[in-house]
Ligand binder design. Sequence first.
Ligand code: HEC
Length: 129
Amino acid sequence: MNVRPYLVVLLGSLVALVAAAIAPPRAVAAGDGAVLERGRYLVQQVGTCVDCHGAGLKGAKLEFLAPGLPVAHFAPRIAGLPHLSAAQGVAYLQNGLLPNGARSRPPMPQYRLHHDDAVAVVAYLKQLR
Ligand code: HEC
């Protein structure tokens, strides 16, 4: 039996597998316009983060809350995501945990984003000035 054709196919599959394993996942490629557009859509149209984090997402006092409520009365700046690294931001949007293991207080929603959506939101926030 001639095994050469089989060997060629096997080698070709191996090369394809290795190439797939070392290529960066599409959603994480920096400057990817489709990822940024998805992030913009999720932040501006779905999450309406601006309702609390203020114009330009530069931080805002939450005037609509009754003064005595035991909740956070200020939504911090998230334009540029200054307090979190990209990896910390992605983890936070997926599991709600800040780097110190704490959760944000209400009224910050406890988002449970899909990984690719969290990557898109963070990519969008990080490039805002
Ligand atoms: C209903 C109001 C509200 C909405 C809507 C909201 N946030 Fe927040 N967010 C807050 C408040 C308030 C805090 C601060 C909580 C605290 O101090 O414990 C916060 C905290 C955060 C933090 C932690 C920031 C830091 O520096 O510690 C991130 C990140 C964040 N929000 C992202 C978002 C994103 C992204 C969206 C939209 C997809 C969003 N938020 C929508 C109110 C809101």
